[in-house]
Design a protein around this ligand. Structure first.
Ligand code: PSU
Ligand code: MN
Length: 311
């Protein structure tokens, strides 16, 4: 599909038309969530991982005001390396388009654009959520409200401990977002295997998750997202003692440096990467690649099953 607002890469459009598995990917983790120069290498590895597991990757972003679904390598390189790439949530998309901006899409805007094109599965690292001081600042990511009105399956490792995890789970419940643990009923804590919060549901295989997606479609009452929360194995998590020390320091830094609004998440991510001497980056990359692999497996299971059912 090509129109003035959204350009879909040929390979992605062909896969969608054929009912073949496609996995959407966001660009904010590339432009704002991972340090340079590793970010570009990681972006390419995420796409390759999706391919290795049988699906077509569609990394979404904005180039010169046009939303691109399936950035090519030059476009991906641009968003990973250029200065002044905007961080675009849903509310920013039209203003940025009119300004012919280059921008990276968040979980919210990636989900919204992907769902509009009929992409059923999206892989990311962690969702945005409710910030720890939200009672004073009202800082809650638009990822939550957008997921509350966007029917797409999102594979993530929970939300970062920089957020109020309990409050985020409460908001997801209020917004009607389904949350299913992959192989666990313990909600993952991104860098840590277990956030300490429990879930009502779990699924053990991509096929089971594809069955959940098929049931959602058959029931036809779901307007919100399905979150698949995929924890790291304990052997690969960040050292919990180091994690807690760096977190405390990062939260204090926010106040000291007067960081607020959409700069909060990138600030804390950069702080983790610096203060753990790269250990958090290694874990972060591992999380994203594992989520990309699982998302591709879910998309493959879902589209294989769908293809065998007469329309
Ligand atoms: N969490 C991460 N890494 C990230 C983000 C979240 O572990 O890079 C990005 C995602 O793009 C997410 C966005 O959608 O930050 C949320 O930002 P905000 O809190 O400003 O809504
Ligand atoms: Mn915010």
């Amino acid at each position: 599909m090509t129109d003035s607002a959204i350009r879909c890469r040929d390979e992605v459009a062909a896969a969608l038309a054929a009912g073949a598995p496609v996995v959407a990917l966001e660009s904010t983790i590339v432009s704002h969530g991972l340090p340079r120069p590793q970010n570009l290498t990681v972006a390419r590895r995420i796409e390759q991982t999706v391919r290795d597991h049988g699906a077509v990757p569609a990394t979404i972003g904005m180039i010169d005001g046009t939303l691109v679904v399936g950035l090519d390598d030059a476009e991906l390189t641009h968003l990973a390396t250029a200065d002044g790439v905007a961080k675009l949530s849903v509310r920013d998309l039209a203003v940025a388009a009119a300004a012919r901006a280059d921008g990276a899409t968040t979980v919210a805007s990636t989900s919204a654009v992907a769902a509009r094109l009929g992409i059923t599965v999206f892989a990311t690292g962690g969702l945005g959520g409710v910030h720890r001081d939200a009672q004073q600042t009202y800082d809650e990511s638009a990822d939550l409200t957008t997921l509350g009105q966007t029917p797409i399956t999102v594979v993530c490792a929970g939300v970062k401990s920089i957020l109020d995890v309990g409050a985020t789970l409460e908001r997801l419940e209020t917004l009607g977002v389904s949350v299913v643990g992959y192989g666990t009923r313990r909600f993952p804590g991104f860098y840590l295997t277990d956030s300490g919060f429990l879930l009502d549901w779990s699924a053990d295989t991509p096929t089971e998750l594809a069955a959940v997606m098929a049931a959602r479609r058959a029931q036809d009452v779901h307007r919100a997202a399905l979150i698949v929360a995929n924890p790291l194995p304990e052997s690969e998590q960040l050292d919990p003692v180091l994690h807690d020390a760096v977190l405390t320091e990062g939260l204090a830094g926010l106040e000291r440096d007067g960081i607020a609004g959409k700069a909060v998440t990138p600030y804390l991510l950069a702080h983790f990467h610096e203060r753990t001497q790269g250990a958090s980056l290694t874990v972060n990359v591992e999380i994203i690649l594992r989520n990309a692999a699982l998302a591709a497996q879910i998309a493959t299971a879902y589209h294989t099953a769908a293809a065998s059912i007469p329309a």
